[in-house]
Design a protein around this ligand. Structure first.
Ligand code: ADP
Length: 300
């Protein structure tokens, strides 16, 4: 059982020839909406990998909010604790250039209105889970409150520190597993992660800060992990990536659906999550690219 506390965004993908210069007007080639937001992506990934999943988040009273509820509901996610705010539903505008580069503008909207009180109202869901998963696209106070409730009830906590920000001790002391990518690991530790030695150093630093276990995802290289007793590296699969959006979210959601609460099967869980994200990067979009348990198994 997994509870995801986090962001819900509608991704508006705008295909353009190139970015407009200041003062210039350009035509958009095509426009497409898809479900996204780190929270939603991670929740969908967990649910598609057969975890019983519930969600804590906020949407606006608008069509995008209805769309995101439908996206979660159709994946079988419990949305009792998705409530409404006065701001609009979160939205990301993705300017996808012909050369494949993308530039993103994010409207936090309702995600920014989630409060510690909302998390408190979802206490029942949290304490009845095996894992509570969160990121930094909703206010920090929500993560702090959620992890406090989780730890008091013996629920394991996973923090995906994205987008990276300084993590207060109040939160870090309740983190069972932290999962930065290379950029986030550098921002948090000041150590540039470029090889095995720096992976170890950065992980050691995160343990010093108070996290109990660490996974650093390394993009097309794979993932490095460090627990109290074990450290290792699991290579990624070699595939032709067409869109790496949500690779990390797929990895994390699938990981949380497979992990044992004591992290004793971390290597096996990472292997499975690597396969899932290798499938995701071969498809366009965030939520549309996240594979099901069956698809991951079939690819083994
Ligand atoms: P994020 O998307 O958060 O930046 P990463 O880029 O580190 O995270 O990717 C997360 C995981 O996705 C990696 O650990 C790896 O398993 C998988 N992955 C990412 N990019 C590729 C790729 N090009 N080929 C295969 N697997 C990939």
């Amino acid at each position: 059982k997994v509870t995801v506390l986090g962001s819900l965004n509608v991704d508006t993908i705008l295909k353009v020839q190139r970015l407009p210069k200041p003062g210039e007007t350009l035509q958009i080639i095509s426009k497409q909406n898809a479900g996204g937001g780190k929270g939603a992506n991670q929740g969908i990934a967990a649910a598609r990998s057969n975890a019983q999943t519930s969600f804590i988040g906020k949407i606006g009273k608008d069509e995008n909010g209805k769309m995101m509820c439908e996206v979660l509901r159709s994946a079988g996610i419990d949305i009792t604790n998705v409530t409404t705010a006065s701001s609009g539903t979160g939205q990301a505008f993705i300017l996808l250039q012909k050369n494949g580069e993308n530039s993103i503008l994010v409207y936090g909207g309702a995600n920014q209105e989630l409060t510690a009180a909302d998390v408190q109202k979802a206490k029942n869901k949290i304490v009845n889970s095996d894992f509570l998963v969160t990121q930094f696209e909703t206010p920090l106070e929500c993560a702090i409150e959620g992890f406090k409730i989780a730890k008091n009830a013996g629920v394991a906590t996973i923090l995906n520190p994205a987008p990276a920000k300084k993590i207060p001790t109040e939160l870090m002391q309740n983190v069972d597993l932290i999962t930065p990518n290379e950029t986030e690991a550098e921002l948090l530790t000041g150590i540039k992660v470029i090889d095995e030695k720096t992976q170890c150093l950065a992980a050691e630093k995160l343990l010093e800060f108070g996290a109990k276990n660490v996974i650093i995802t390394l993009g097309s290289k794979g993932a490095f992990y460090q627990t109290k007793n074990e450290r290792g590296f699991v290579p990624a699969l070699r595939v032709d990536a067409v869109d790496t959006t949500a690779a990390g979210d797929t990895f994390l959601g699938v990981l949380s659906s497979q992990l044992d609460k004591d992290f004793s099967n971390i290597k096996e869980a990472i292997k499975f999550a690597n396969k899932a994200s290798a499938l995701a990067v071969q498809k366009l979009g965030a939520i549309p690219s996240i594979p099901s348990y069956k698809e991951i198994k079939r690819s083994l």
